[in-house]
Design a protein around this ligand. Structure first.
Ligand code: GAP
Length: 539
């Protein structure tokens, strides 16, 4: 159980989020709706920055990833193929006395989602046996509410990527290995939404499906398969990488991303899924965790953290499922494989054939295909190698936007105590966001509101910066108060126009004061340099 002191911190964070407009309860004027959250003015900017940084890092800055934006409602067949209709469920139990509904695996660990520090008093009433509860939110498409018109709000963005794999491959002129990235809403009818936005019923995901050659194909082309030699980032991708190196690469790339937006490695944790936790088709999954204020503390006082993102090596399961369910081929043709195969000695061909055949047969049998059909299909698949055909495998880094926003907010939250000349102390909040994600990049202010020349110049500075970044103009109250307001919003820099800007000291004409949020230091900068100075720090 999280330490109560830390839940006090969670309460402070929730209250700041409301007070400053980061996060509001959805439908608050009607008493709210459990598991749904709105982002206020600062939260909306923060979220946009995070999604844009992810998109830029994962697609625009890379040669080997293309983007996709698919619909939320798709053919229900997609969710049959993916396994969500049959198995996407949590074990649910009801209390016969208080009528409470709980996830069986969390029955001893229930906290109030609105007030994470308040434990819901758990009645001792008799509980029902656990039963599976499908998490997909269901609706009807068209005017008739009948069984055949049932559709689902997507529970993950990933499946659209698999379903559109061929279209993207053909239109983007990418070649395996390459990835498809998507950011968008997902919906899960969570039994017990909890820990503020951490487990919501409507949330956003940032997912990459990175398609790679099966190890047998890498071996046929490169002669051998490179496997991880050491911990850490394995460097630039190489043609002989097998799935393990690609998996390690993506874990490390994602950690670099988090570090680049201010989440130090010490704030993160890792969970390597055990064989019992892994889905039958998954080769490995590493979860990147963040040490949230509500994360559990073990007996030794260590905090492992809670999941921000999972990076899964999912074999060729997803494309294979869609191939079987849609009847459309999801395999690709690889000229390099065909040429290499023809040059391989017979024993090598036989060895690779057998391994590929075995992997395909395992998948088919575990997916419910009759053994004789599985043998026939696996034989056909393995024969495809000689023709340069195979179904790509996939590495899936799948991150939650809302969890990351919560992590960034918790990480930024800092209380500082100022003592004035008369010895009076005041504690206030400084949100130490990395400039890259900060909702407002710069506060722009005239030293005094009642001096038209200062106001005019400050507005001109605001207009100069506005096309390039989100800035906030503020002329209300003392300059100290205005700085404090920007500190609480997490604005890394304040730009003040004063009399020196207007030429009181001729050598300082057209310069402004830059005040740094984290240490209060001030420096002078020419207005002409301001934009590039801020962009260099906030991008
Ligand atoms: N396509 C793989 C997939 O969806 P997942 O572990 O179920 O995997 C990926 O979800 C990420 O989505 C999680 O690591 C988490 O950040 C986010 N996520 C999942 N369920 C969520 C929920 N109920 N509320 C907020 N974020 C959630």
């Amino acid at each position: 159980m999280a330490d109560p002191k830390e839940n006090v911190l969670m309460e402070k964070i929730v209250s700041l989020c409301k007070r400053r407009g980061f996060v509001f309860q959805s439908s608050e004027i009607y008493g709210g709706i459990n598991g749904f959250w709105d982002y206020g003015p600062l939260g909306a900017e923060l979220k946009r920055n995070v999604k844009e940084l992810w998109w830029n890092t994962m697609t625009r800055m890379r040669e080997d990833v293309a983007g996709l934006e698919a619909t939320i409602i798709m053919s229900p067949k997609i969710w049959e193929a993916s396994g969500h209709v049959a198995t996407f469920s949590d074990p649910m139990i009801d209390c016969k006395t208080c009528k409470g509904r709980f996830r069986a695996d969390q029955i001893n660990d229930i906290s109030c989602p609105q007030k994470p520090s308040k434990m819901v008093s758990e009645c001792a009433g008799e509980k029902t046996a656990p039963r599976p509860f499908n998490l997909m939110l269901q609706t009807y498409v068209g005017p008739i509410q009948s069984e055949e018109n049932i559709a689902y709000l997507r529970p993950e963005t990933a499946q659209a990527i698999f379903a559109q794999f061929k279209n993207v491959l053909e239109t983007s002129r990418q070649k395996v290995p390459f990835g498809i990235a998507q950011v968008g809403k997902a919906f899960r009818n969570e039994v017990t939404p909890r820990n503020f936005t951490f487990r919501s019923r409507e949330f956003e995901q940032m997912e990459l499906e990175f398609f790679i050659k099966p190890d047998e194909v890498v071996e046929a082309i490169s002669g051998s398969v490179a496997t991880p030699a050491a911990a850490g980032h394995p460097g630039e991708p190489q043609p002989n990488w097998g799935w393990q190196l690609w998996h390690q690469y993506w874990v490390e790339e994602r950690v670099r991303f988090y570090e680049g937006i201010g989440l130090d490695r010490s704030t993160l944790g890792f969970h390597i899924q055990t064989p019992e936790e892994l889905a039958h088709y998954a080769r490995a999954t590493t979860d990147i965790l963040f040490k949230f204020p509500f994360s559990k503390v073990d007996e030794q006082g260590n905090v492992k953290g809670d999941e921000l993102e999972g990076i899964a090596a999912r074999s060729d399961f997803d494309l294979s499922q869609h191939e079987r369910f849609s009847g459309k081929t999801m395999g690709i043709f690889d000229e390099e494989l065909r040429t290499a195969w023809g040059k391989l000695p017979k024993e090598k061909q036989d060895d690779l054939w057998r391994r590929y055949y075995q992997a395909r047969k395992n998948y088919l049998e575990k997916s419910g295909v009759k053994p004789e059909d599985a043998e026939k299909d696996a034989t056909e698949d393995a024969n495809g190698l000689a023709k340069g055909q195979y179904i790509p495998h996939v590495i899936e880094p799948s991150a939650g936007v809302d969890r990351l926003i919560l992590a960034l907010i918790a990480n930024a939250f800092t209380e500082v105590t100022d003592t004035d000349d008369k010895g009076k102390s005041e504690t206030r909040v400084v949100m130490k966001f990395h400039p890259r994600v900060a909702p407002v990049k710069a506060g722009v202010m005239p030293l005094l509101k009642n001096k038209p020349e200062l106001v005019k110049k400050a507005l001109a500075v605001r207009d100069l910066l506005r096309p390039w970044m989100n800035v906030y103009y503020d002329d209300a109250g003392s300059i100290g108060r205005r700085y404090a307001r920007q500190d609480e919003a997490g604005t890394p820099y304040c730009v003040t126009v004063d009399f020196e800007t207007l030429g009181e000291k001729p050598e300082l004409l057209d310069t402004v004061t830059i005040r740094h949020r984290d240490d209060g230091k001030q420096e002078r900068l020419a207005i002409g340099e301001l934009r590039d100075w801020l962009l260099a720090r906030g991008r």
